[in-house]
Structures are given as structure tokens and as C-alpha cells.
Design a protein around this ligand. Structure first.
Ligand code: ZN
Ligand code: ZN
Length: 733
């Protein structure tokens, strides 16, 4: 038999054919010789190629079973074709290599002659030696196989939260003084991390474990989410039993609450639920929320977890042991055997699209998997994705109505004053604090200031590798490039004229924090920065916002990740008008979705927008326009100029060491694509990036498969180096 294989860790966009005498399963891992190197391959399908002599043999079967469902193998192959992505790298995401750290190689007997059924490899060698191993393998008496689940991953729990089980009752069940101290400490503070308990109460890790076994306390990564104002959503909605359902309107809390009964039905049938969210920190909040309503095991899965924690969830997935998993885009690859439902929350967020290799859209992968397994897929967001609105007649459409929508919006013109924080803003925050409510300040950019400019010669400090201005991060005292990661110690001397006259310009989260602390001494001001916290620590800040322990929360879009709360009385939006001038056909749609999410999440907050472009009515209308009207208008415009969803859009970027060579190559490529509708080529808006010169062009196509295959033929002729391809990217730069 000939099989088509995806080769692990190989960034090439094709399958490779190998022969085998044995019958292999789709998704099974094998060892092959790939250009003289022993490499892992994944069986994708039986090849339609004949078994010729030139084809190489598969050297060894690794697991002798497939841990991936056949439908998932098909889904990965289809995503690889659709996104022009290397299949080997996609399979690697479904089968992370560190899983092998928890596997054991076992010797299995194939004949009663050898006197055992199976032995761990180490034991076999100890007993019979290396020669016997080789000898018996050659004779076909034994075979090797990897087994999972024999070694259990042990996650470190020192940063986990400890909470009391059974509330005050726990105090009557304690056995000694130290247990009493732990319980009273937790009851007073609500929760503590294991580390904090050891430090504050002087309890030992051993004792904490004992108390956990006694059922007095619980170790968890999820804090209880505030579920105020969810009465409305107690009415349950009924998504379609198969196919796609779009659930829009309201907040993430209300949406999830309204499909709890649907999820319960799935878990009651011993099937599992996969919930996708766009951000790492949100996984913990959603997990805590689900646990409040469903008495099931909830696990999180994302790329920032430790390997042992990820391995645990992966092993549970292939072992039918999961019930609910909440994860980021990488969780769309999780090979849950008994998957019964996929829910994707905040589906309008572009974090579902991976721009690095392998490029993919996790929502498309999720939808494909659901379709091939014939299970329901529920796509949720405050305002729907445009593509879903466009196809709304072909899917189940649910919307949570919301009354008393907030329309208290003030636009503050800062053209004259040029100030970073207008007087209006500072006064509004002060007033909100005096009313014992919180303010949320959304700033588009992180750091202290997005530019560093010379006072004497107007020189703007640029990244040496990119056409991007360096930003200033005061807390670390560095200049940073947000595109390539270049970092340099901050300085005051201008590299252009030598004057000691560099100063920061523009608005960043750090600068807003500093100014507000100056204007409002004594206020409890917190800047939320995902890089400075463990992902699960973010939920603590949102909990504090709800429980009146924070007056002002500042951050980039991370501040919108909470579940929304009525305690927020003011939300200020800074520097977002800058987005309006970006040359990207999706900008206004994304702005619309973000602003509407703000309106749903903070229903009783006043909205204050600082802008340099008050003449642009968009920011004012965005809160009041009827959603359907907005989408119909957007679709009309796109139809006129033939943009997605009326066609597929392929962005092709060429990165080149030499500008002239790149320009000639990209032009040659476009000429070779005769017959396709191509816009460009032109220089990319960020022409130089990470030391490379970049050109791009767009292809609009009604037949994506044909276009990509044609493009691939061109690459075969001119070489594959330096080309990057994005199919329907949510943003062009
Ligand atoms: Zn750079
Ligand atoms: Zn200068």
C-alpha cells in the first residue's frame, strides 16, 4: 500500500508518499527517512499513486494506533489546502511532540515463543540485552510500540488558588489549630494562592494536601466569576442539534448562561464540550463561570501552559476523559475523541487567526471538524461576524435582545488642547470615584509613548530593522519595536543631531497611568498588562473591579476581556480614532464590533471618547446605528467592489533581502498569474520589517483552490523562499 504522509516539523506545503506492507490508520504516527533523516510522519490517507520501486518504505510504526479521529485528519488536510499551510506543522499542533515525554516504549510479543505478552523496553533490555532486542525484532518475534498514560504529568500547583469548600461549615469540621487558621484566613480573604497560604499562615504543603483530601479546601486555577445581572439569560436558548448556530447580542456571560442547558445535555450523554475563546486569560474566567453552573470537570488548554499541564489535558482528550475544555485557538486542534459540541466565544476577534506558520483560522478548523463529525457548532459574539450575517439564512440565528442600551456618549475634541488626558476625562473619573464606581480606560497602545521625537531637529526614532517608530517603555526604561521585538536602552541624545532633546510623544497605557496617578492621588489605579502577569492572574483583577477594590483600570484591549459589570460607571476610549485612517478594508467593521462590545459589557457606564477627528461621525454613530442596517450597508459596499464575503481574498507578501531583486521577483510572479484579479504589487505599508524588504499584492478569487494551485505552480518555478500567504486575513497589516 502507498500512503500520503504529512511530515512533522517540515514547513513545506505538500504530502509525501511512502510504501508499507502493513495496513495503517489515518492519523497514525510512523517513522520515515526524509532526506536522509529519521523523522515522524502522520498517515493522512491511502495514496492514489502506484507502488513504484522508487518509493521509500515506512521504517516503523510508532503508536500502532491512531490517536486522531479520521474526521479530524480530514479537517486538518482541508485546512492545510485552504490556508496554503504546511500539513506537517498543522498535525504537530494536534499531536504536540512533548506528549512523548509521557509515553513509554513497550516491547510486544508476536509469538508465544518469547514467553511474555508485553514488557517496558527498559526491562526487556535489562533482562535479555540489546542483541536479543535486535535479533528478535529482525525475526519478527516482537514489535515496539509507544504507550501513553503510564506516566502521569504532575502540574506544579504553587500558584494555584485555594478556596474553602462548604463555606462557614468548614470551620466546624477542622481537626486542629492550623486547619482552623487556614480556613479563617480563606474565609476572610475569599481565596489565596498556595504560596500565599504557606507564607501568611505558615502551613506546610503537606498539610494543604491533607486538607484537600479531607474535603475542607479545594485547589483550583479558576476564581468564581461574578454572575450579577444574569437573570435575563436564565431563559434557555436552543441551538441547532447539528450544523452552525450564530448567537449574538449581550455579553459573554449572558450568552454562555443561555446555552448552559444545551451544554448539560451534551455532557449528560457522556460527550465533551470544547469552548474556544480568543485570549489566554479568558480561558480561566470562562472555566470558572462554567463550573458555577455545570457540575462537571472543566479544564483549560492554551499555549502558555506548562508542558505537563497541556500533556494532562491532551491525554485526557484521547482517553475520553474530558468533559468541558476551555481553550485558545490551539485548542481547536485538541483530539477529543468524544467531542459533542464546539462553542466559539467572542468570535469577532482576530486572535483566532494565526499569522505565523502554520497559518490557519481556528474558527474554520472548528467549523470543519464539527461538520465532519455532524455535531453542533455555536458561534457567539456581541455583534456577529460579517460572514455569518451574510449567510444567516443558511444557519440558525439566535440573538439575545437587550433593552435600555447605553447611549450616553460624549465625544471630547482634543485638537485644540492637544492634551493626553482632557480636563473632561479627569473630572469624569474623579466624579465616578466619588460615586463609588469604577472607571475603565481603554488605550490603543501599550508602553509609555508610541513615538520618540527630537525637540531640536524633529527626528523620529526608528527601528533599525523596520519602518516602524520605536516606542518608549518607561517602566523598563527602554525603546522597543513592536513589530520585530528590537529593544534598546532608552537615551536622551538624538542620534541625528546629537542634542539631548529626545522626548516621548503620543499616548500609551503607562503614560495614562502616570498622569492619572498625578491628577488623582490616592485613587486605586491599576494598569493591566498581560505580559506582566501569569494568564490566570488576570481574572483576579477583574474580580477586584467587581468587588470595589479598583477605582480605575487601564489597559489596551485586555480591559474588555472581563464579563462586564454594573460597577463600572465610566469607560474612556483613547487614541482609537487613529485606527480610522488605516488602509485596511476591515478597520471600520472591527471598530464597530469593538465599540458595540463595550456598549454591551458596560450597560450602565457613560462612554467618553477622546478624539482628534471629531468631524468623523463614525465614532458617534457606531453606538446608535441599528446593527442590521450597518451590516447591510457594509455588504452593499463590499459587493460593489467585490470584496469578501463576495470572494476569497488572498494576500501574498514577499520578503526579500534586496529591494530591487524583490521588486523584480514580485512583478514576475504577478505577471505569471495572468487571468487572476490582482491588486498590486506595491510596497507593503510597513516596507522594511525585521531587516527584510516587503512587497505585497492581493488576489480576489471565486475559485480559491484553483488560484492557490496556480500560485503554487509559479512558486515551483521561481522558488519558495520569502513568500507568505494569508487567505482571508482579518487585517492586512
Ligand atoms: Zn523592528
Ligand atoms: Zn535631533
Amino acid at each position: 500500500m502507498v500512503y500520503d504522509l504529512a511530515i512533522s516539523k517540515v514547513p513545506l506545503r505538500c504530502l509525501y508518499s511512502y510504501k508499507s506492507q502493513e495496513k495503517l490508520e489515518p492519523g497514525e504516527r510512523v517513522i520515515v527517512d526524509f532526506h536522509g533523516r529519521k523523522t515522524i510522519g502522520y498517515v493522512v490517507k491511502v495514496s492514489d499513486k502506484p507502488a513504484s520501486r522508487e518509493l521509500k518504505e515506512i521504517l516503523q510504526r510508532l503508536d500502532r494506533v491512531s490517536y486522531l479521529d479520521q474526521s479530524d485528519v480530514e479537517a486538518l488536510e482541508s485546512i492545510s489546502e485552504r490556508f496554503f499551510s504546511p500539513p506537517g506543522l498543522l498535525f504537530d499542533l494536534a499531536f504536540p511532540s512533548f506528549i512523548d515525554d509521557y509515553a513509554e516504549t513497550v516491547v510486544e510479543s508476536l509469538t508465544p515463543l518469547v514467553g511474555f505478552e508485553s514488557l517496558p523496553l527498559g526491562e526487556f533490555i535489562k533482562k535479555y540485552g540489546h542483541d536479543a532486542l535486535k535479533n528478535q525484532l529482525d525475526k519478527g518475534y516482537i514489535q515496539l510500540k509507544k504507550c501513553f498514560g503510564r506516566k502521569t504529568p504532575r502540574p506544579r500547583v504553587s500558584k494555584w488558588y485555594v478556596v474553602v469548600r462548604n463555606g462557614l461549615k468548614a470551620l466546624t469540621r477542622v481537626h486542629d489549630e492550623i486547619e482552623y487558621d487556614v480556613i479563617s484566613f480563606l474565609l476572610t480573604n475569599g481565596y489565596a494562592t498556595v504560596e500565599q497560604l504557606i507564607e501568611s499562615v505558615g502551613v506546610s504543603t503537606k498539610k494543604i494536601k491533607q486538607m484537600q483530601q479531607e474535603g475542607l479546601i479545594e485547589l483550583t486555577q479558576f476564581l468564581p466569576v461574578n454572575t450579577e445581572n444574569l437573570e435575563l439569560a436564565e431563559a434557555q436558548l436552543e441551538p441547532a442539534p447539528r450544523g452552525v448556530t450564530v448567537l449574538s447580542g449581550s455579553t459573554i456571560g449572558e450568552r454562555l448562561r443561555s446555552v448552559i442547558a444545551f451544554m448539560k445535555k451534551i455532557t449528560d450523554e457522556n460527550k465533551s464540550v470544547l469552548i474556544l475563546v480568543p485570549f489566554t486569560s479568558l480561558t480561566y474566567m470562562v472555566a470558572g463561570f462554567i463550573r458555577k453552573f455545570l457540575n462537571v470537570t472543566v479544564q483549560v488548554y492554551h499555549a502558555r501552559m506548562s508542558r505537563s499541564q497541556r500533556a494532562k489535558v491532551w491525554l485526557d482528550s484521547v482517553g475520553d476523559k474530558t468533559q468541558v475544555v476551555v481553550g485558545t485557538r490551539v485548542a481547536a486542534f485538541l483530539p477529543m475523541r468524544n467531542l459533542g459540541l464546539i462553542v466559539a466565544e467572542e468570535s469577532d476577534d482576530d486572535a483566532y487567526y494565526q499569522f505565523e506558520d502554520p497559518v490557519y483560522d481556528a474558527l474554520e478548523l472548528a467549523e470543519t471538524r464539527a461538520r465532519l463529525r455532524d455535531i453542533p457548532f455555536v458561534i457567539c459574539s456581541s455583534e456577529p461576524r460579517l460572514i455569518d450575517f451574510h449567510r444567516r439564512e443558511h444557519l440558525k440565528w439566535l440573538r439575545i435582545p437587550k433593552e435600555n442600551l447605553n447611549s450616553d456618549v460624549s465625544i471630547v475634541d482634543v485638537r485644540q488642547s492637544g492634551s493626553i488626558l482632557s480636563e473632561d476625562l479627569v473630572e469624569s473619573v474623579r466624579k465616578t470615584i466619588s460615586e463609588e464606581r469604577a472607571s475603565v480606560i481603554l488605550v490603543r497602545r501599550k508602553g509609555f509613548a508610541p513615538y520618540v521625537v527630537c525637540f531640536a531637529c524633529n527626528h523620529v526614532l526608528m527601528c533599525p530593522n523596520c519602518d516602524v517608530a520605536l516606542s518608549f517603555h518607561k517602566s523598563q526604561n527602554v525603546f522597543k519595536c513592536h513589530q520585530c521585538g528590537y529593544v534598546r536602552k532608552a537615551q536622551s541624545e538624538c542620534p541625528n543631531c546629537g542634542a539631548k532633546a529626545l522626548y516621548p510623544k503620543g499616548v500609551g497605557t503607562e503614560r495614562v497611568e502616570r498622569l492619572l496617578k498625578y491628577h488623582l492621588p490616592g485613587a486605586r489605579i491599576v494598569r493591566l498588562e498581560s505580559e506582566e502577569l501569569e494568564p490566570f492572574e488576570v481574572q483576579e483583577q477583574f474580580l477586584k473591579l467587581q468587588t470595589n477594590e479598583i477605582d480605575v483600570l487601564i489597559g489596551s484591549r485586555i480591559v474588555l476581556q472581563g464579563f462586564g459589570t454594573d460597577r463600572v460607571g465610566l469607560i474612556c476610549i483613547l487614541d482609537y480614532d487613529g485606527l480610522l485612517s488605516q488602509p485596511d478594508y476591515n478597520t471600520r467593521l472591527r471598530m464597530f464590533q469593538t465599540m458595540r462590545k463595550i456598549r454591551s459589557n458596560f450597560t450602565s457606564a457613560r462612554i467618553l471618547i477622546q478624539t482628534f477627528q471629531p468631524q468623523d461621525g463614525f465614532l458617534r454613530d457606531v453606538f446608535t446605528v441599528n446593527s442590521e442596517d450597518f451590516y447591510l450597508e457594509e455588504l452593499k459596499k463590499r459587493k460593489e467592489v467585490n470584496y469578501p464575503p463576495f470572494c476569497d481574498l488572498v494576500q501574498v507578501i514577499l520578503e526579500s533581502d534586496l529591494p530591487q531583486t524583490g521588486w523584480e521577483l514580485v512583478n514576475y510572479c504577478v505577471r505569471s498569474l495572468e487571468g487572476e484579479t490582482v491588486l498590486g504589487p506595491v510596497e507593503h505599508p510597513i516596507f522594511k520589517m525585521a531587516g527584510k524588504y516587503r512587497y505585497h499584492f492581493l488576489i480576489k478569487t471565486k475559485d480559491l483552490r484553483k488560484t492557490l494551485s496556480k500560485f503554487n505552480d509559479v512558486l515551483m518555478k521561481i522558488g519558495k523562499m520569502g513568500w507568505r500567504v494569508f487567505v482571508n486575513p482579518p487585517r492586512l497589516w
